[in-house]
Write a protein that binds this ligand. Structure first.
Ligand code: 2BA
Length: 109
């Protein structure tokens, strides 16, 4: 068995969960925050058999779009790293960052 951990954008959460549950996958949704943008995103936990990993990745690939976020540029000011709100840069985010982990044991009590 495998545990798929997928970090997706908040805007894609509804469509991704709907598509996964429609395809009979079980999903746990966690509200998470990205360390770089410090903005809300979603982490999905999806426990699957090994031969189902590709199908889940395919669904996430279809439902999770890449977007560009505008964030203030980091500048060095007197040895301190600060955001400069007058200079914005484009940061591409998503569609999905996916980790696939071996599950040693899955119990339902
Ligand atoms: P954030 O950490 O908020 O990162 C948002 C986007 O900012 C990233 O998009 C990437 O394009 C950019 N970024 C992140 N760290 C950067 C850095 N040190 N320098 C320059 N640009 C940087 P994605 O790569 O699509 O990641 C989206 C979200 O997925 C991340 O949100 C984070 O929550 C998660 N994530 C991505 N890679 C991860 C990893 N290796 N481990 C844990 N979480 C990860």
């Amino acid at each position: 068995m495998k545990m798929i951990i997928a970090i997706i954008q908040a805007d894609d959460t509804h469509d991704a969960i709907n598509a996964l549950t429609k395809a009979n996958f079980r999903v746990t949704k966690l509200a998470t925050t990205g360390g770089f943008l410090k903005a809300g995103n979603t982490t999905l936990l999806i426990g699957v058999e090994e031969n189902q990993v590709d199908q889940v990745v395919g669904i996430l690939n279809k439902e999770c779009k890449q977007r560009v976020e505008k964030v203030p540029m980091l500048v060095d000011a007197n040895g301190l790293t600060m955001w400069n709100p007058t200079e914005m840069i484009d940061v591409p985010v998503g569609g999905a960052t996916i980790f696939v982990i071996d599950v040693e044991l899955c119990l339902k009590l």
